[in-house]
Design a protein around this ligand. Sequence first.
Ligand code: SF4
Ligand code: SF4
Length: 505
Amino acid sequence: MKWMKNAKTYTPPDFAVIRDDERCIRCKACVEQCSFDATFYDEDLDKVWNWEAKCVGCDRCAAICPVEAITIKKRETPYRYNYSWYGHIDGLKKRAAFGGTPVVSMGNDKPYPVYWDHMLLNASQVTNPSIDPLREPMELKTFLGRKPDFVEFKKDGSLKTKLTPQIELNIPIMFSAMSYGALSYNVIESLGKAAQEVGTFYNSGEGGLNKDHYKFKGNVIVQVASGRFGVHKPYLDVGSAIEIKIGQGAKPGIGGHLPGEKVSQTISETRMMPEGSDAISPAPHHDVYSIEDLRQLIYALKEATEYTKPIIVKIAAVHNVAAIASGVVRAGADIISIDGFKGGTGASPQIVRDNIGIPIELALAVVDERLRQEGIRQQVSIIAGGGIRCSTDVVKAIALGADAVYIGTAALLAIGCTMCQQCHTGKCAWGISTQDPHLSKRVNPDIASEKLINLLNVWALEIKEVMGAMGINSIESLKGNRLNLRAVGLSEKDMEILGILPAGE
Ligand code: SF4
Ligand code: SF4
């Protein structure tokens, strides 16, 4: 035996690794592939062992085992069931053992209601006939940016109204902000390739843009966050739109932290900071303490890019999100991105991820409604993100008032992520959220981009199918069309906030 429990810090393992010793051919692939050191080979006994306390349930070993000898199972808590304490005992013991607050990654996994699953879509019957998307044209193209209240034409028929810059999406789905640093080089490469192929955008996140990825100009949104990592004129020029990150759904009200271990030489060059030092993004932008300050930053970025790009302001879904959004529009933003509390993160204190913010469905509904009431909805496009899991979530989000959506977790799942929530460790066994060159090679950008393209294309087909059933042939006609949504199992108040009727009415 080459391991021994540390009685002082021991907490019961979350997973059981069941290995069929009869089947195992001792190829040691699982030993080589486990980046969490949870598997090892004992030469004396000619046996492969597991240290279950280290297993994170990433499933890499089971996927890689050539003879299907491994099964990973969630272990039940060994403690006597107690309704009040269930889910708190391990967390309490970990804090006591390690003396720190647990850091986690990916999205909030607590059993809060998922409102998407309580909304059903309409279908045409008899009148307003349905549309067959295979035989009739369906338009998924959408434009994001400030729209004029009306347009004027010259005598020769050409447009007199000067339009503000827009970005054009072939489908109303983009890849959300995920930085180079949080994600490996190959993943960024895959996102860029897929966005280019499909005709949509990926978002650089707050980590700047590696020079190699300037080739994705035309399909990249660049982010300006509080840390201002890697922000300079050529960076802004590469972006088709610039996103000011004020908040993030998974961790509203706090900043970001990329541990020094992940700040490799290329990350340090991209972020313009010393190699090996922690990249700390403060909670607030140190020049933004009011809507007026935000306006200054928006117009500074517009000036710097000669008014050629729309400016996105990303906010987290929080309690007074509608009022905040109204202020953001009045500050001059062309697009608002609202990030719900189910959104992912590369690293966040667990208490923040699991307890702060509100669901995107409610936030989106109130923002759209408030901007309509104030007569300023046309002045801004809305992107909804943080919890979009499938094509019908996209349809429901657009019917609730979004112009487009951001997907992050869904994109990572498509290329191999198993949601083990260990992104913050930098040891991602699937090569996704890591800067370890050995692990990063596990993502092949050609294969990963193909999977992302497949996902987006299939979702596009499904969206057309659903829209066709509703008798709607364009995304424009679906936007804010809440009459096509009905609630099941929601309270009167929920329905009032969502602005939808109960099923049956
Ligand atoms: S990968 Fe499978 S066959 Fe190879 S050592 Fe591990 S359990 Fe045995
Ligand atoms: S990206 Fe990697 S570490 Fe993060 S949840 Fe997915 S598989 Fe786990």
